[in-house]
Design a protein around this ligand. Structure first.
Ligand code: IDP
Ligand code: MG
Length: 134
């Protein structure tokens, strides 16, 4: 039994495409609990802190432009093994490799605009939740 909290975010493409409700529904139907939610537009400083492990990667300029391009929906979800369960619901990072039935597999086509973020470990979740819900 491992009760966890995780940070989930509908990215700007998901908001623009009107998929907030669809994405939230999938976590709700799985049985996870929505604890916190806010809509905000990420600025460059927050983007660099959130994606600290990626700032030196070649794709970072593209990721920075994308993630600051419009509002996002930032959320805390909790439940049994919530971190890994949420990642499974999201699907693989590259939507072309994500299985049908996952969010990215059903709605995504290119890797940058992959609709949703989810923490990759309990440690990342604690760090990211502190950034978005100080
Ligand atoms: P994750 O979101 O599945 O945890 P990460 O490797 O942490 O994937 O990458 C963070 C985000 O950066 C991805 O969700 C995607 O939006 C973007 N990204 C990752 N790899 C690439 C790439 O090779 N090219 C362009 N964008 C990428
Ligand atoms: Mg990641």
């Amino acid at each position: 039994m491992s009760q966890q909290s995780t940070f989930i975010m509908v990215k700007p493409d998901g908001v623009r495409r009107g998929l907030i409700g669809e994405i939230i529904s999938r976590f709700e139907r799985k049985g996870l609990t929505l604890d916190k939610i806010r809509v905000l537009t990420i600025d460059e400083d927050l983007a660099r802190r959130h994606y600290a492990e990626h700032v030196e990667k070649p794709f970072f300029p593209e990721l920075l432009a994308f993630i600051t391009s419009g509002p996002v929906v930032a959320m805390q979800w909790s439940g049994e093994n919530a971190v890994a369960v949420a990642r499974k619901i999201m699907g693989a990072t590259n939507p072309q490799e994500a299985e049908p039935g996952t969010i990215r597999g059903d709605y995504g086509l290119v890797v940058t605009e992959n609709l949703v973020h989810g923490s990759d470990s309990p440690e990342s979740a604690a760090r990211e939740l502190a950034l978005f819900f100080p």
